[in-house]
Write a protein that binds this ligand. Structure first.
Ligand SMILES: *Cc1c(COP(=O)(O)O)cnc(C)c1O
Length: 381
C-alpha cells in the first residue's frame, strides 16, 4: 500500500461489529462477560477500548511497527516509554530536545534514579563520549525543535544496537508520512499526536509504536498499569485527522519551501533553519532519510525586541504554542515552548531570544508571503 492509501485503508478502517465506515466512538468503560473471563477481547477500557484499538492498529501500520499505544498526551506516551527503564539506568538524549522531554528527564526521571546525558546526536564523537556502562537507551528527536537539526537514524540504529541500547525516536516533526524510523532500525517511535497527526488544533494526544512483540507486551503492561490512556472521543478525532495527513503534509511542505527561500534571502533575517534549504548542514541526510522536509521553519530576527515587534504585525500567523495544524502559528521558543530550559543552556544550543519558530499552515502561500513581507518591511525602515 502506498502512503496515502494506507492512511485511508490501514489499521481497522471499517468497524468489524457494525460495518460502519468510520469506526464509532465506543463511549464505554466496561464490557459484559459471558462467563468469568469469557469476553470478546475487551474487559475494561483502560486495558482496551475498540475505538482506541482501531487508532492503535492504524499508527502501528503507518509506522511499520508491531503494535501501537495511544496516550492522553505526547508527554504521557514519552513517560510510559521511559517507564521501560529502571533505577540505576542511564539514557542519552538529543540536546535540543522538546522542552517537556528535557523537563521529564531532569525533574522526573532524575528523582527516580534514572540519569540522563544530553548530547548532540548529529556528532558521533559526542555520542561516544556520552556512553556509560549503565546506558540503556538512546532518545533522539529528529528533526529537532526549534533548530531543525537532523540526526542520521539508520547510523544511530546500528550504533545503538552494537551498544545494546533501546533506540527511541520522537517522530513528531517528521510524521510517518515523511519518515518511518522503525524501518530504519529504531525500536520505538513516539509522537505528540497533538501536532501534525491530529492536525486541527483540537486534540491533545500521544502515540507510541514498538518494533517487536516483546516490547509490545512490556509497553502494554506499562500503559495499563499507569493508565494514561487516550479516551474514545479523542481517539476518533485523531483517526479523522489522520485520513488527511498526506494531503496536509504536502501542503505544509509546499508552503514551507517557498517561505524558507524567501526568508533565506531577506536582509533583516540573521539566520534561517529549514532542512529543505541547501545551506542546512544536514540537507543531504534529510533528503535521504525522509520523503519530505516538513513544515517548520525557525529564523533569527536579531533580538527579542525585533522578534516581538515582528510577530505583533503579522495577521495570518497566530501567536500560540504548539505546531503542525492547518493554521499557521508563530512562537518565540525562548519565552514559550523552551522557557523551562535554563537561559545558559538555551544560549549554548543557539535558541536565542530573537529566535522565531513558524509552523507553516495550509493557507495560500501568497497570503503568507505577503504577510511576512509587510511585517519585515517596517523592520527595514
Ligand atoms: C509537543 C511535543 C511533545 C509533547 O507532546 P504533548 O502532546 O504536548 O504532551 C513531545 N515532543 C515533541 C517533539 C513535541 O513537539
Amino acid at each position: 500500500m502506498k502512503p496515502r492509501t494506507k492512511l485511508i485503508h490501514g489499521g481497522i478502517p471499517i468497524d468489524p461489529h457494525t460495518g460502519a465506515v468510520s469506526v464509532p466512538i465506543y463511549q464505554v468503560s466496561t464490557y459484559k462477560q459471558d462467563g468469568v473471563g469469557v469476553h470478546k477481547g475487551y474487559e475494561y477500557s483502560r486495558t482496551g477500548n475498540p475505538t482506541r484499538h482501531a487508532l492503535e492498529r492504524l499508527i502501528a501500520d503507518l509506522e511499520e511497527g508491531s503494535a501501537g499505544f495511544a496516550f492522553a498526551s505526547g508527554m504521557a506516551a514519552i513517560h510510559a516509554v521511559f517507564g521501560l527503564l529502571r533505577s540505576g539506568d542511564h539514557v542519552i538524549i538529543t540536546d535540543d530536545v522538546y522542552g517537556g522531554t528535557y523537563r521529564i528527564a531532569t525533574k522526573v526521571l532524575a528523582r527516580q534514579g534514572i540519569e540522563s546525558t544530553f548530547a548532540d546526536t548529529t556528532d558521533p564523537a559526542e555520542l561516544a563520549a556520552a556512553l556509560r556502562p549503565n546506558t540503556k537507551a538512546l532518545f533522539v528527536e529528529t528533526p529537532t525543535n526549534p533548530l531543525l537539526k537532523v540526526t542520521d537514524i539508520a547510523e544511530l540504529a546500528r550504533w545503538a544496537k552494537a551498544a545494546g541500547l533501546l533506540f527511541i525516536v520522537d517522530n513528531t516533526f517528521g510524521t510517518p508520512y515523511w519518515q518511518t524510523p522503525i524501518a530504519l532500525g529504531a525500536d520505538i517511535v513516539v509522537h505528540s499526536a497533538t501536532k501534525y497527526l491530529g492536525g486541527h488544533s483540537d486534540v491533545v494526544a500521544g502515540l507510541a509504536v514498538v518494533s517487536s512483540e516483546e516490547l509490545a507486551e512490556r509497553l502494554h503492561f506499562t500503559q495499563n498499569a499507569t493508565g494514561g490512556v487516550l479516551g474514545p472521543q479523542d481517539s476518533w478525532l485523531l483517526m479523522r485527522g489522520l485520513k488527511t495527513l498526506g494531503l496536509r503534509m504536502e501542503a505544509h511542505e509546499h508552503n514551507a519551501r517557498r517561505i524558507a527561500a524567501y526568508l533565506d534571502g531577506h536582509s533583516e533575517v540573521v539566520a534561517v533553519y529549514y532542512p529543505g534549504l541547501a545551506s542546512h548542514p544536514q540537507h543531504e541526510l534529510a533528503g535521504r532519510q525522509a520523503r519530505g522536509y516538513g513544515g517548520i521553519i525557525s529564523f533569527d530576527a536579531g533580538s527579542e525586541e525585533r522578534a516581538v515587534a515582528l510577530l505583533g504585525r503579522l495577521k495570518y500567523f497566530t501567536l500560540a504554542e504548539s505546531l503542525g495544524a492547518v493554521e499557521s502559528l508563530i512562537s518565540l521558543p525562548a519565552k514559550m515552548t523552551h522557557a523551562s530550559i535554563p537561559k545558559e543552556r538555551r544560549d549554548a544550543l543557539g535558541i536565542t531570544d530573537g529566535l522565531i519558530r513558524l509552523s507553516i499552515g495550509i493557507e495560500d502561500a501568497e497570503d503568507l508571503l505577503e504577510d511576512l513581507e509587510q511585517a519585515l518591511k517596517i523592520e527595514e525602515e
